[in-house]
Design a protein around this ligand. Structure first.
Ligand SMILES: NC(=O)C1=CN([C@@H]2O[C@H](COP(=O)(O)OP(=O)(O)OC[C@H]3O[C@@H](n4cnc5c(N)ncnc54)[C@H](OP(=O)(O)O)[C@@H]3O)[C@@H](O)[C@H]2O)C=CC1
Ligand SMILES: O=C(CO)COP(=O)(O)O
Length: 337
């Protein structure tokens, strides 16, 4: 039995904490809202984020970050990308021993263009970091809490640490693979959200299955093109954390990014969409970061660029699609050249 802390009591943090508690680990989930921690401890529910689900009674919650820091030998960050830096800097005040850090967040910080593991390395002293492991793959919380079969990848440059996280989570409905390509895994997880927003827009415009298949396939081409340029292993983008996560996020009604895109395609404004979601839509900020990365590395990313124009420059989605279709002629297979 391991002592594990999960930081963030949203849908994914709660679902993962459930898996860990069900695996028999001494699991403490931290919420920055006292009322939510109380609900988890007393009602064994988290109605806002995992409605109609009874949480295991051995899953405990706290709103005290010091208690959360002191509890876990393994500390899992499950807050949105925009909160990672703040939570990491705050918990750093209470860490005085080495802990194995895991993160499950799928984003890239705009402007700094840092991946999550880079933000964690910047915010937390190396003296208290055993290693940083990324857990990513096609995995909607809504299905994990129902014990539907799910596969995911634990990635760390140190394979032993990835294997520790594999052992921590594995059970009969939650299967974990390992990978040492942290760059590829983090980029695949973050950039699929950009393409999922575009797929949602396409569905909102009723463009049908051909268009969505095109977005998924050409989306993967531009993710891999940038990812390889940034040092990712090309094969990672064909795996669970690349193609796998892209498929689930572009096709599932559970996806927050797809849903937000769908509303945009139906004509809603971005601010209204985000207001109505009530959960994080990582792809919006990551679109800005991906657009900046494409420029920095001089890598063509036409879908990302079109989405950037829709989200931030008020381009009509239909006009963006017309422009994508009317670009100069291209060869299909180009991204490994
Ligand atoms: N949901 C899913 O199925 C999956 C999500 N992920 C990734 O996991 C990450 C978290 O997503 P998800 O759980 O869906 O997000 P949610 O929107 O469901 O929950 C986010 C949680 O983080 C809390 N939070 C927000 N800002 C802060 C802050 N500054 N300090 C402390 N807590 C904060 C929120 O609190 P509050 O209620 O106050 O807003 C909420 O409890 C994202 O990067 C996402 O891409 C990855 C795989 C699957
Ligand atoms: O990453 C996810 C599934 O693997 C969740 O995607 P959404 O944030 O779009 O719901």
């Amino acid at each position: 039995m391991k002592k594990v802390t999960v930081l963030g009591a949203g849908s994914w943090g709660t679902a993962l904490a459930m898996v860990l508690a069900e695996n028999g680990h001494d699991t403490l989930i931290w919420s920055h809202r006292h009322e939510q921690a109380k609900e988890i401890n007393e009602q064994h529910t988290n109605e806002k984020y995992v409605p109609n689900i009874q949480l295991p009674e051995n899953l405990r919650a706290t709103s005290d970050l010091k208690e959360a820091a002191e509890h876990g030998d393994i500390i899992i960050f499950a807050v949105p990308t925009k909160a990672i830096r703040e939570v990491a800097e705050n918990i750093m005040n209470y860490l005085n021993r080495k802990v194995l850090i895991v993160h499950v967040s799928k984003g890239i910080e705009p402007d700094s263009l840092k991946r999550i593991s880079e933000i964690l390395e910047e915010s937390i002293s190396p003296h208290v970091i055993e290693d940083i492991v990324v857990l990513s793959g096609p995995s909607h919380a809504e299905e994990v809490v129902l014990h539907h079969p799910t596969t995911i990848t634990a990635a760390c440059t140190n394979l032993r640490s990835a294997e520790k996280i594999q052992d921590l989570f594995m059970n009969q409905y939650f299967r974990v693979y390992t990978n040492t390509d942290v760059i590829g895994v983090e980029l695949g997880g973050a950039l699929k959200n950009v393409i999922a927003l575009a797929a949602g827009i396409s569905d909102g415009l009723n463009y049908g299955d051909n268009a969505k298949a095109a977005l998924i396939t050409r989306g993967l081409a531009e993710i891999a093109r940038l990812g390889v340029r940034m040092g990712g292993n090309p094969f990672t983008f064909a795996g669970l954390t690349g193609m796998g996560d892209l498929i689930v996020t572009c096709t599932s009604v559970h996806s927050r990014n797809w849903k937000a895109g769908n509303m945009l395609g139906k004509g809603m404004k971005l601010a209204e969409v985000l207001e109505s979601m009530g959960m994080v839509v990582e792809g919006v900020r990551t679109t800005k970061a991906a657009y900046q990365l494409a420029k920095k590395y001089d890598v063509p990313m036409p879908i990302t660029t079109a989405l950037f124009e829709v989200l931030f420059n008020e381009k009509e989605p239909k006009d963006a699609v017309d422009e994508l279709m009317n670009r100069l002629k291209k060869r299909e297979i180009d991204y490994l050249q």
